[in-house]
Write a new protein. Sequence first.
Length: 117
Amino acid sequence: VQLVESGGGLVQPGGSLRLSCAASGFTFSSYVMKWYRQAPGKEREFVAVITSTSGFKNYADSVKGRFTISRDNAKNTVYLQMNSLKDEDTAVYFCHAWGGTLTTTYWGQGTQVTVSS
């Protein structure tokens, strides 16, 4: 099983980034996918979730209206479009897959997003 995040980097406040998470080794289309983030010195926090068929999406209050989660089951990839980025969005962003049981949960290695002028 692999979850590989990409698309992070350094961006100025107000800018945009699009994160990708490529999945392999499991039936991606059956899994709920989430994005989490962890800022320095803070606990990992939920960012966004999307169900297997994209029928339901939800976001942390701190990113609502600025971030959009989507997925392409044909490409086994989940995305996080991040607009109007703020300094406080600086964190390592992690992709998470959940198959509905305690043993079907996987994490990626993370991608660094730094928002700074």
